[in-house]
Design a protein around this ligand. Structure first.
Ligand code: PMP
Length: 303
């Protein structure tokens, strides 16, 4: 991976190699970090960060759950995101704000200093070249998502991604592009780093917040774009077998964008090709960045 020259770290832009931390930082031992993944797109009106404020609001919400006091304001983190894209001369980027319990205590609940960094880097298709056009093959994981009373899935915390690593690593080991986890209820939850939408009779169905999902900003964007364009969306509990019975199926997330699934557990989804509702949603979503979808929502935050 090609990393850029500069990174924002604890209030300053510095050379990439100088943004270091101590091996005894709390987050390394206990997973006590919260983070975001945000994309910036090149648009006809210049580079725009997609839903910057919404992402960083979620960063503050994740921090609140774990009593992490971010030593900057939301406006300062938003400004840092813009600055780091600008100083690296990136026209499109994947941004990674991360807040973590740093060096200064070994106790589980130690009050440590809080470190903050924002990286921005060039980033292509997360699930492989051609994934958004052709779709990928997925499987249901043997690993479940954590139950709601164990770890809060609604926090985007570093430790949660131990679950994601098990799910994706198992899927890749068996030759699939991504894994889908069931919730502790046995009902559908989400991919390792993506929310799910199933299509039945032209309507979108997606698991609710109570299904141990991270409520994705891409998921929310799809819900709003769909409803505003006459496509019905239903948030509901969904059993596993609906993965095999639906007409179309897609995964969505900042990294995965909108990726159709061509098969699940070796069974084709529909006729195995991205269907018309998926294509319409992709057109509406990607249209925000080429100007063919009007940004009625103020989602594009220009540098
Ligand atoms: N679920 C999980 C577990 C994720 O890591 C992500 C990616 N952040 C998503 C869903 C999708 O969220 P978003 O659309 O906000 O990127």
């Amino acid at each position: 991976m090609q990393f850029p020259e500069k990174i924002w770290h604890n209030g300053a832009v510095k050379p990439w190699a100088e943004a270091t931390t101590h091996v005894m930082a709390h987050a390394i031992h206990y997973g006590s970090s919260v983070f975001e993944g945000i994309r910036a797109y090149e648009t006809p009106k210049g580079t725009a960060i997609f839903r910057l404020d919404d992402h960083n609001r979620r960063l503050f919400q994740s921090a609140k759950i774990y009593d992490i006091q971010i030593p900057y304001t939301l406006a300062e983190i938003n400004a840092a995101c813009k600055e780091i894209v600008r100083v690296n001369g990136l026209r499109s980027a994947y941004l990674r704000p991360v807040v973590f319990r740093g060096y200064g205590g070994i106790g589980i609940a130690a009050e440590t200093p809080i470190d903050v960094a924002v990286a921005a880097m060039a980033f292509g298709r997360y699930l492989g070249e051609g994934a958004t056009e052709n779709g990928i093959d997925a499987c249901v994981s043997s690993w479940q998502r954590f139950a709601p009373n164990t770890l809060p899935a609604g926090a985007k915390a570093g430790g949660n991604y131990l679950s994601g690593q098990l799910v994706t690593r198992e899927a890749r080991r068996h030759g699939y592009g991504e894994g889908i986890a069931l919730a502790s209820t046995g009902l559908l939850s989400e991919g390792a780093g993506e929310n799910l939408f199933l299509v039945f009779d032209g309507e979108l169905h997606t698991p609710p917040a109570s299904a141990s999902i991270l409520s994705g900003i891409t998921r929310n964007s799809i819900i709003r774009l769909a409803r505003d364009n006459g496509i019905n969306v239903i948030e509901r509990d969904l059993p596993r077998e609906y993965l095999y019975l639906c007409d179309e199926l897609m995964m969505c997330g900042t990294a995965a964008e909108i990726t159709p699934l061509r098969s699940v557990d070796g069974k084709p989804v529909g006729d195995g090709k991205p269907g018309p509702v998926t294509q319409r949603i992709q057109q509406l979503f990607f249209g925000l960045f080429d100007g063919s979808t009007e940004d009625r929502y103020g989602w594009l935050d220009y540098l």
